[in-house]
Design a protein around this ligand. Structure first.
Ligand code: GLY
Ligand code: MN
Ligand code: MN
Length: 527
């Protein structure tokens, strides 16, 4: 084929229309008229929204206080292509979910706009009026109804109307058609009467472009627009939304408990599946699948890819390939979390003896990690620093490593800033905030996160580990190929920390008897 032919073929039909070449959709007027007739109204269910609407309004009110007089733009994000015309399951940006209360698949391309009002004249006595722009359910008299595989009701099911979201979320709603004007009108420098925008960037590139263009077109001196200053405005909004999530409200705490409960069930399913995993050529995938089934049955999804790591794979911190065998005599490290329909996720790790019984060396390592976790737990009190949890847990690990003769220096030297040799076997942090994101509040300032004070309403993990790699020549052979992590989800209260994941056994003896009990129950059910 020569170049001229290439040019002609490309011009004959745009590439992005060719996805329809396999379709024979009718286009006659008779078909369109018939298709539009004789339908009862759609039945869209929006469970749980009434309970969150007030909380979401309070969060918007808090944001309003921080950014008086400025337009705030918070996109949900678009659908993302997985391959060709198949999309990933949609999940809105966590900041959007937090400020709207929306979860599951609500709503691709939606944008929450907080429009500044006169002070005190906005929603709930605040300084902004919120409107949710989204693509509402199209009527049955539209082609979208039956011809749009990404948003049409015939393809993906009924979706909310403007009126439904407006009523259920206690939030004004508007069609996406009005979004461009809503974002761009009167943009400009405040000193000449314009409105300054702040945008949560890198969520929806179309909205990034819209805001960039509006800023450029209305700048006094567009050629010398200082992008750094504008980026800083936007980053401040992302930072504020992240920090707003450091303290969970009552509704969020209920969601965390729901996610943890489903995750506990998922771990039980994994124990039930272990006998099969032990016989499978990719036993780790059997484990992953057993957990995933629960995540989809009880929640929206996984909060993050499951780590199902047996034997030496357990020494890979984020082993998500899960391609390995599960052999009797090995430890299986399972780090997994169900994301509830509200999008709040658990993040729990248990390290299980694949055949139900710890060997003496496995138990020794396990109990050191458990002691470290308990030390972290004891250090986590209202008023103490977040970073104290890590210090307490890793000091215990350094002490054990010294006792076992693995540390090349004293405990004092290891735990000093200049040392840290013990971190060879635990290079990750001990705790992170947990919520809508598994690593929640990630844009919060360091002084509110690592250097922050623990307060009631915070939810975070405690997850020490020890990872002795098969290839580690610095330790005796008996330790090699053992990886242990124990991870719990903690709610701080005024009375102290509450272990939300305490329903899953933690002590070595309790893990063994829990597993044995599950197998006894299965045996008892056999005919
Ligand atoms: N599952 C990731 C973590 O524990 O942080
Ligand atoms: Mn974690
Ligand atoms: Mn984890």
């Amino acid at each position: 084929m020569n170049d001229a032919d290439n040019t002609q073929i490309s011009a004959s039909q745009p590439l992005d229309e060719r996805v329809n070449n396999r379709s024979q959709r009718p286009s006659s007027d008779a078909f369109k008229a018939f298709m539009a007739s004789n339908w009862a109204p759609a039945q869209e269910q929006l469970p749980g929204l009434d309970a969150v609407a007030g909380h979401a309004a309070a969060r918007r009110r808090a944001v309003s206080e921080l950014f008086k007089g400025e337009r705030l733009v918070i996109p949900a994000g678009p659908l993302k292509v997985r391959s060709n015309d198949c999309d990933y399951r949609f999940r809105p940006h966590s900041g959007f979910a937090h400020l709207t209360g929306l979860g599951v698949d609500h709503e691709p391309d939606a944008v929450l706009v907080l429009e500044p009002t006169d002070e005190g004249k906005g929603d709930d006595g605040g300084h902004h009026h919120a409107t949710l722009y989204f693509r509402p359910l199209a009527g049955r008299d539209t082609e979208q109804f039956y011809a749009d595989s990404r948003s049409g009701e015939f393809w993906i099911g009924a979706r909310p109307t403007l009126a439904e979201f407006q009523a259920r979320l206690a939030l004004d709603t508007a069609d996406l058609g009005g979004l461009e004007l809503a974002i761009t009108k009167n943009v400009g420098a405040p000193e000449i009467g314009g409105i300054s925008i702040r945008l949560v960037r890198k969520v929806d590139e179309n909205i990034d472009a819209l805001v960039d263009t509006a800023r450029y077109n209305t700048a006094k001196d567009p050629e010398n627009l200082d992008l750094g200053v504008l980026d800083a405005l936007d980053e401040k909004l992302s930072e504020a939304l992240s920090e707003l999530r450091l303290i969970k409200d009552e509704w969020e705490i209920e969601q965390m408990k729901t996610a943890v409960a489903a995750t506990v069930e998922g771990f039980t399913e994994v124990v039930k599946a272990l006998p099969r995993a032990l016989t499978h050529h990719r036993g780790e995938r059997v484990v992953e699948g057993a957990f995933f089934a629960r995540a989809r049955e009880e929640g929206n999804e996984l909060g993050y890819d499951t780590i199902a790591a047996s034997g030496n794979n357990a020494t890979v911190l984020h082993w998500t390939r899960n391609t390995g065998k599960v052999n009797a005599g090995e430890l299986l490290l399972l780090d997994a979390g169900v994301e509830a329909d509200s999008l709040y996720t658990a993040d729990i790790t248990r390290t299980l003896p694949a055949n139900g019984t710890f060997s003496p060396i496995q138990r020794k390592v396990y109990e050191a990690v458990l002691d470290a976790a308990d030390a972290g737990f004891a250090a986590a009190q209202p008023g103490t620093k977040f970073r104290d949890i890590h210090t307490a847990a890793t000091t215990v690990l350094a002490e054990r490593l010294a006792e076992w003769g693995l540390l090349p220096v004293s405990v004092e030297e290891a735990i000093s800033t200049e040392g840290q040799q013990h971190r060879r076997w635990m290079p990750h942090g001990t705790s992170h905030h947990l919520g809508l994101d598994v690593h929640d509040c990630a844009q919060a300032k360091r002084e509110l996160y690592l250097d922050g004070i623990l307060e009631p309403g915070m939810v975070f993990t405690i997850e020490p580990g020890l990872y002795f790699k098969e290839e580690d020549l610095g330790i005796p052979a008996e330790y090699r190929g053992i990886g242990v992590r124990i991870e719990d989800d903690i709610l701080m209260t005024a009375e102290g920390p509450v272990n939300l994941s305490a329903a899953l056994p933690r002590k070595a003896d309790d893990v063994e008897s829990w597993m044995a009990g599950i197998y006894q129950e299965i045996d008892a059910q056999l005919p």
